[in-house]
Design a protein around this ligand. Structure first.
Ligand SMILES: [Zn+2]
Length: 252
C-alpha cells in the first residue's frame, strides 16, 4: 500500500528525520505489531506505534480495568472501571488514529492463542507482567522467526532490548528459568516509569519495522530512574538454549 495525502500531512515531521523519509513511512504503513498485554507498558507502546503510522496493531489483554490500574493506564478512564481493558485501549486508539487497523484479543497470551497472532505480524512487543507469559511470547518469536521488543519494568527500574531469533539471544538465553521470588501481580509501579520504557520500546519497534536507525540488538539497556543511571550491557546467546539453541551460530 502506498502513502496517501493524509499520510503526507500527518507524518511529514517524522519523514524529515534524516534517513527516515517516505520509504520508512511506507514500510511502517505496511507493517503490523503484536502488543501482548496492554498495561502500563504495552498500552503506551501501542499509542506511539499508532502515532507513528503503523498499519496494523494486534492488542492482547484479558480482564477488566480496576482502580489499581489507573496510575499507569493513561488511555483508560475511571468511568471504564469494570469493563475490558483491551476494548478501552482500542477505543482510545481509534479516536487518536482511525487509520490503524486494530485486532482486539480479549485474552492474555497462551500457548493456544499466540501462534496465529504472532504469525500475522512483523514484530512482537513483549509487555506482560509475568515470566510465564513472556516465555510463551519468546517461544512464539523463535517459532515464527519474528523480532521481539523486550520491555520490562519494576519500581524505578526498567530493562529494554531487541531480540532477533538466530541473531541475538532469545529471552531464555538470558533468563533460563523464571525467578522464584517474582510476583507478577503486585510489584510496585510508578506510571511514568512504565511510560518511559514504553516510549523507548516504541522507538525500537519503529527501527525494526522500517530499517531506520540502530536497533538495540545484542545489548540490554538498564534504566535506573531513581539515580538516573542508564547502562548498556553486552548480551550473548546460549548455544545450549532450549528455545533457540537449534538455530545455530549467529552474530552476537
Ligand atoms: Zn535462546
Amino acid at each position: 500500500m502506498d502513502l496517501g495525502d493524509a499520510d503526507f500531512r500527518k507524518y511529514q515531521r517524522q519523514m524529515t528525520l534524516p534517513g527516515f523519509g517516505e520509504s520508512a513511512q511506507r514500510r511502517l504503513k505496511n507493517s503490523g505489531a503484536l502488543v501482548a498485554r496492554v498495561g502500563g507498558v504495552g498500552g503506551t507502546v501501542a499509542l506511539y506505534l499508532a502515532a507513528a503510522g503503523i498499519g496494523r496493531l494486534t492488542l492482547m489483554h484479558g480482564g477488566n480495568l480496576t482502580w489499581t490500574n489507573l496510575n499507569r493506564q493513561v488511555l483508560m478512564t475511571q468511568a471504564g472501571i469494570g469493563t475490558p481493558r483491551a476494548d478501552q485501549l482500542a477505543e482510545s486508539l481509534r479516536r487518536f488514529n482511525p487509520d490503524v487497523e486494530l485486532t482486539i484479543v480479549a485474552a492474555d497470551p497462551t500457548e493456544d492463542n499466540v501462534d496465529r497472532h504472532a504469525a500475522a505480524v512483523d514484530v512482537i512487543c513483549d509487555c506482560p507482567p509475568t515470566f510465564e507469559e513472556r516465555f510463551i511470547l519468546n517461544r512464539a518469536s523463535v517459532r515464527h522467526c519474528k523480532p521481539m521488543i523486550e520491555a520490562a519494568m519494576s519500581g524505578m527500574e526498567a530493562h529494554l532490548t531487541v531480540l532477533v531469533p538466530g541473531e541475538t539471544p532469545c529471552l531464555q538465553c538470558l533468563v533460563p528459568e523464571a525467578p522464584v521470588d517474582w510476583s507478577g501481580t503486585a510489584f510496585p509501579v510508578l506510571g511514568a516509569v512504565s511510560g518511559t520504557v514504553a516510549c523507548l520500546a516504541a522507538i525500537e519497534a519503529v527501527k525494526v519495522l522500517t530499517g531506520f536507525g540502530r536497533p538495540l540488538k545484542g545489548e540490554l539497556l538498564a534504566l535506573d530512574t531513581d539515580r538516573h543511571e542508564y547502562r548498556k550491557y553486552k548480551l550473548y546467546r546460549n548455544p545450549d538454549c532450549k528455545v533457540c539453541g537449534h538455530l545455530g551460530e549467529g552474530k552476537p
